[in-house]
Ligand binder design. Structure first.
Ligand SMILES: Cc1cc2nc3c(=O)[nH]c(=O)nc-3n(C[C@H](O)[C@H](O)[C@H](O)COP(=O)(O)OP(=O)(O)OC[C@H]3O[C@@H](n4cnc5c(N)ncnc54)[C@H](O)[C@@H]3O)c2cc1C
Ligand code: FES
Length: 238
């Protein structure tokens, strides 16, 4: 059951082009890969909590990997160790863990939920991570991914790894693809094998009540990203 925790920040630091936030919530919490938490931003001009996927979970600690894009994430990046953070979760569905040979494709900050997913999957896994340029990643972060699976990286400017878009290097020989990243990236994954993707949209209530996060499927049905997702069979969406 999701609940509100008053967590304490034990780590919140830049790691390449991202920030790594770890919050101690004082009790064990059971979380599934792909689920997310809503973090309250204690600024008068920000009403909606901001959504962040679980990057890692260890006993009473939850970690998030986030990119500073606007007011809320800027505020978050300025919080120091010891700050009490109000977080709500775990929310949403999760990735299925039924594949034994998996390709995990992440674009930019979309790499965040794939780490805990990679730790949870059985069998062979390969991370295929893409960014505009190599300085987006910190060596420490890439090593963490490389410890639990094969790792291939792609940059648009060719400054690190292969050059181009991450989706150009998708290999169909896996049993399943798990993906997270910008909508255009997710839309361009066209393969015969199953694809599960985590979608990002603006979240309001976070638990299915307000319908503020609804998306339309290919079949014309409506789905709530916060409750029916954020993980979807992408072939039903795009
Ligand atoms: C289920 C879920 C999981 C997420 N997990 C992560 C994560 O692990 N790491 C991470 O860095 N981000 C994640 N996000 C995105 C994150 O919630 C947004 O970046 C954040 O809410 C932006 O808040 P802000 O106040 O800084 O930006 P705002 O001031 O609200 O917006 C600044 C700019 O960012 C754009 N923007 C805002 N929200 C999003 C969004 N969801 N997707 C794309 N563009 C957006 C706005 O259009 C605007 O251009 C997730 C979103 C969802 C729905
Ligand atoms: S944010 Fe309220 S239903 Fe999804």
């Amino acid at each position: 059951m999701p609940k509100i925790y008053n967590g304490e920040i034990v780590e919140n630091r830049p790691i390449g082009g991202l920030f790594l936030l770890t919050v101690s919530i004082g009790e064990m919490v059971s979380v599934e890969p792909g689920q997310f938490f809503l973090i309250r931003i204690d600024r008068e001009d920000i009403i909606l909590r901001r959504a962040f996927s679980i990057f890692d979970a260890d006993r009473d600690k939850l970690s998030f990997l986030y990119r500073v894009v606007g007011k809320g994430t800027r505020w978050l990046s300025e919080r120091e160790v010891g700050y009490k953070l109000n977080i709500f979760g775990p929310l949403g569905n999760s990735f299925s863990l039924d594949s034994e040979r998996s390709l995990l494709v992440g674009g930019g900050s979309g790499m965040a939920p794939l780490y805990y997913l990679g730790k949870s999957l059985k069998g062979d896994i390969k991370f295929l991570l893409g960014a505009q340029t190599g300085s987006f990643w910190d060596r420490e972060l890439l090593l963490r991914y490389a410890e639990i699976g094969d790792l291939e990286i792609v940059t648009e400017d060719g400054s690190l790894g292969k050059r181009g878009l991450v989706t150009q290097y998708i290999d169909n020989s896996y049993k399943k693809i798990y993906a997270c990243g910008p909508i255009e990236m997710l839309k361009s994954i066209r393969v015969d094998i199953p694809v599960e993707g985590s979608l990002e949209t603006t979240i309001a209530c976070g638990f299915g009540a307000c319908r503020g996060c609804v998306i339309e499927t290919r079949g014309g049905e409506y789905r709530r990203v916060c409750k029916d997702g954020p993980v979807f069979n992408l072939k039903e969406i795009f």
